[in-house]
Unconditional design. Sequence first.
Length: 75
Amino acid sequence: MTDSEKAEIVARAKPMRLLISKLGLTGVEVKERNKILNKHKAFVYRNYDGGFRSANVYQLGNEYFCSLYKPPSGR
């Protein structure tokens, strides 16, 4: 997978809180939750856009989830 493909996936990714709620992990301890989430890890996204950013991207079915989620701006 190329960097541009990864960037496009991250741009379309949904917020992590949706993945956590879909998997029913809202009240689970962090250590246990991370074990379960790691089973769904797709790749690590690294980008330098004036400041270095990295995030884990997770996949559930054909949906991607990422902690770098930003809602589309209304402008």
